[in-house]
Design a binder for this molecule. Structure first.
Ligand SMILES: NC(=O)c1ccc[n+]([C@@H]2O[C@H](COP(=O)([O-])OP(=O)(O)OC[C@H]3O[C@@H](n4cnc5c(N)ncnc54)[C@H](OP(=O)(O)O)[C@@H]3O)[C@@H](O)[C@H]2O)c1
Length: 300
């Protein structure tokens, strides 16, 4: 199978690449899957003609995994059109191309499609109500994908993604923790972090699954994050504990930390559906942050 992965330089794209490479070493490149990783240099989702050009000049794919996205939540409040093009209109185009090629499409979405006012974990059928531009563009992407591809696609909503790659909450905390003696972190936003390698592993499991490979399955939404529920404040404390960084963390409210884009309060997601259908592994957030931090330590 020819499998296209977009967003090759992003956290999830790089994590899928890492796992595919590790698998290739184990089975000595015997896998029948051919993964093709592309970044914006090859396939620029901000340009309709770049997308057409890429697919017109490459052989058909069996699966497209769309890890690329406009992910700068605060900047999106200003760059509405660009965020909409990448997170919505490009998804529409990818879905049409997937239909033409009879390819399956795995698209990644976000907990930020919800307003965060739920008092229990969100299930896939809860009504979305995004409160920032990023969330609105991602929801528009979900909707257009379901309209264009009523079958043969899956949407995985994830949350608080971190990894050993690029800029994320963990890398920011490690940098600030070394620079400062004290730090204030928001304690009234609750969610579950997602280690990108765990999500990458779940996606690779799904691809292997018989259920996913069957033709003309109705397009479905699934939720995936690590297990457990925490605030950003608790997450920061755990990161410093593992890294043995002596930096005091003070809990503050969202109101005390003004930023351009509003953030939902509670974005915990219920993962029963994805576990029930695909039997994917969902490690606890503490286990995964330890794994990521030990990899970061090895890289030093
Ligand atoms: N990060 C989170 O906390 C979070 C939370 C919930 C959901 N998600 C979703 O999870 C998915 C993966 O996120 P991630 O954390 O891996 O994001 P990421 O690290 O920001 O990676 C996104 C990738 O998209 C690429 N991209 C941006 N604009 C592009 C364009 N015009 N054309 C082609 N590629 C473009 C970026 O390319 P460059 O490297 O060249 O900039 C980057 O490699 C996304 O769908 C995101 O919305 C993320």
């Amino acid at each position: 199978m020819r499998i296209l992965v977009t967003g090759k330089n992003g956290q999830l794209g790089r994590s899928i690449h890492k796992l595919v490479n590790a698998d290739a070493k184990i089975d000595n490149n015997q896998s029948s899957n051919d993964f093709i990783f592309v970044g914006r240099e090859e396939l620029d989702l901000s340009s309709e003609s770049s997308i057409s050009h890429y697919f017109d000049n490459n052989d058909k794919f069996d699966i497209i995994i769309n890890c690329a996205a406009y992910t700068q939540v605060d900047k999106a409040e200003q760059e509405v059109e660009l965020a909409n093009q990448i997170n919505h209109l490009a998804v529409k185009q990818l879905a049409s191309i997937a239909n033409e090629q009879k390819a399956k499409l795995i698209h990644i979405s976000t907990d930020y499609v919800f307003d965060g006012e739920n008092d229990k974990p969100y299930i896939e059928t809860d009504i979305p109500n995004p409160i920032n531009v990023y969330g609105k563009t991602k929801l528009a992407g979900e909707k257009v994908l379901q309209a264009v591809m009523p079958t043969n696609a899956i949407i995985i909503r994830t949350s608080w993604v971190y990894s050993e790659y690029g800029n994320n909450f963990v890398s920011t905390m490690l940098r600030l923790g070394k620079e400062r003696d004290e730090l204030s972190v928001v304690s009234d936003q609750i969610g579950s972090p997602t280690y990108a390698t765990d999500l990458a592993g779940a996606i690779l499991e799904i691809i292997k699954n018989k259920e996913f490979r069957e033709e003309d399955q109705t397009t479905q939404i699934y939720h995936y994050s690590n297990e457990g529920e925490i605030s950003w404040y608790e997450f920061a404390k755990e990161i410093f504990k593992i890294a043995k960084i002596d930096c005091k963390v003070n809990p503050i409210t969202t109101q005390q930390y003004p930023i351009p884009a509003k953030r939902p309060k509670n974005t915990l997601m219920n993962k029963d559906k994805i576990v029930g259908i695909f039997s994917v592994n969902i490690p606890d957030w503490k286990e995964s942050i330890n794994t990521c931090m030990s990899i970061l330590k090895e890289q030093q």
